[in-house]
Ligand binder design. Structure first.
Ligand code: NDP
Length: 287
């Protein structure tokens, strides 16, 4: 068997095109503020790409680039101004923050109604209790991929490997809300291969290159690979791989996401969607 490849790039492109059409019909463009502290090169690339995608969707991108030595008080002051600004619909603070800044305190300071990353405890609580949360972007992207692929969720056995607040836990909540029977595995789980083998749907969010092997996967299962790992190549360069040993797993699975080009593009598309949702809710624009 050779798995169907779930093309996140093209699904994300369709979603972004639909969002651009919806934004064009609004009374004013939604505004997304992105805050970058310091010069981490990967973060700088993410922020630049988010800015480009935001403008392509017809929204306003407001980028705040602050020096690495910015104090926590100054950062909290900026968040307070963005919270109060009626033109700012979404606020995203790019992580990781420098070590002298308490990330949790900064995330907690964002108005939950503008928390387009969905990391605020209010949004985590709303998600857990079935309320109108702003849902973290990567987990939402995983669910859209499953939906677009026509994967039956009700009653399915889903195994999430990883329990982070930004991927593992929220994607498990979304699968549960979609009537899957959900298992969350982590570094202390016993016999991970056996846990994965009983799944109809496996979500890998571990951060370990190619950890999930072909013989961990039940024939025909759907595998969503969230991992993004840069590994060295023999020629002295590097390449991106997921948390799943792609060739082995694709030979067994029914459907699989590639890395790159699977979950990654969905994350940015969902950020734009969250900004549109936040703008509509806050400004009373109808959906
Ligand atoms: P974290 O490091 O926060 O969490 C990793 C999780 O994996 C932890 O719960 C950890 O368990 C678990 N884990 C680690 N080692 C093992 C192991 N050997 N066996 C079982 N479980 C293990 O990572 P994130 O959730 O932030 O990210 C996961 C991956 O997804 C990374 O590769 C990241 O780059 C990628 N990512 C991709 C995004 C995208 O847009 N595609 C967005 C966000 C992340 P424990 O809790 O016990 O330590």
């Amino acid at each position: 068997m050779s798995a169907r490849v779930l093309d996140g790039k093209s699904i994300a492109a369709s979603l972004r095109a639909r969002l651009a059409r919806e934004v064009a019909a609004l009374p004013a463009p939604p505004g997304l503020a992105v805050v970058l502290v310091g010069e981490d090169p990967a973060s700088a690339v993410y922020v630049r790409n988010k800015g480009i995608a935001t403008r392509e969707a017809g929204m306003r991108s407001i980028e705040h680039r602050l020096p690495a030595e910015t104090s926590q008080a100054d950062l909290l002051g900026l968040i307070a101004r963005l919270n109060a600004d009626p033109e700012t619909d979404g606020i995203l603070v790019q992580l990781p923050l420098p070590r002298h800044v308490d990330s949790q305190a900064v995330l907690a300071a964002i108005d939950p109604a503008k928390d387009v990353d969905g990391f605020h405890v209010v949004n985590a609580g709303l998600l857990a209790t079935g309320g109108p949360a702003l849902v973290p972007c990567t987990p939402r992207g995983c669910m859209i991929l499953l939906h677009e692929a026509g994967i039956a969720l009700a009653g399915a056995e889903a195994v999430v490997v990883g329990r982070s607040n930004i991927v593992g836990k929220p994607v498990a909540q979304l699968l549960l809300a979609a009537d899957c029977t959900v298992t969350i595995a982590h570094s202390r789980s016993r016999d991970l291969p056996a846990i994965c083998r009983r799944a109809d749907i496996v979500i890998a969010a571990v951060g370990r290159p190619e950890m999930l092997r072909g013989d961990w996967i039940r024939p025909g299962a759907t595998v969503i690979d969230v991992g993004i790992n840069r590994v060295a190549t023999a020629g002295g360069g590097s390449r991106l791989v997921g948390d799943v040993a792609y060739a082995e797993v694709a030979a067994v699975a029914g459907a699989i996401t590639p890395v790159p080009g699977g979950v990654g593009p969905m994350t940015i598309a969902c950020l734009l969607d969250n900004t549109l949702i936040a703008a509509r809710r806050r400004r009373g624009w109808k959906e």
